[in-house]
Design a protein around this ligand. Sequence first.
Ligand SMILES: O=C(O)CCC(=O)C(=O)O
Ligand SMILES: [Fe+2]
Length: 219
Amino acid sequence: MNAIQGNLLSGFDSVIDESLKSDEKEVLSMSDADVIFYRNFFNQQESDELFQTLFNEIKWRQDRMKIYGKEVNLPRKTAWYGDRDKSYTFSGIHLQPEPWTPTLLQVKEKVEEIAKFRFNSVLLNLYRDGNDGISWHTDAEAELGKNPVIGSVSFGGTRRFMFRHKDNKDLKAEIELTHGSFLLMAGTTQHFWQHQIPKTSKKVQPRINLTFRVIAHSL
Ligand SMILES: O=C(O)CCC(=O)C(=O)O
Ligand SMILES: [Fe+2]
């Protein structure tokens, strides 16, 4: 029985393939996807410092979205940093990037080294508590091009990151995004799988997430 089949039987269990598990790198067993998790990408001290610096230095914004014609606050704060000529539309919101900070460049360099990939922008999310989250979506915006590579770094409170297959809703995967971890999504992941961070009634610490991306075209 492979991990996906095991997962179908047991609901929302982790689908990490035990045979590939190591301290360094965990490959999630998901069909039609390339998802790799680096649990201890930053050590405790680096992660604590980066959380504090990003929390204080990033220009966090409260964006709004339309639901059934009504404008509401997004359930999280966001920010967008990147190369100067790039701009991006996310969930109908047009964003202009702020210029890279030394802290963001430090994180970006470490991510690029392991991903063997160069990113030109980063979308940041601040989840203040369990009432903040992000609902089911894919990161498959036209500006990201075909088969986008998304590098996702997390600091602060652990949150559940859930996947569901678009064609087969029984195919699910889930991973806990811990302080200092790095999740790499590549290949056809965004074509076949949606992801979300569900809201939770549990007490959770604030969390900062950085998703490094490549914007294919400046608008
Ligand atoms: O916070 C996360 O881990 C996910 C964020 C996300 O999916 C996004 O910004 O597109
Ligand atoms: Fe996303």
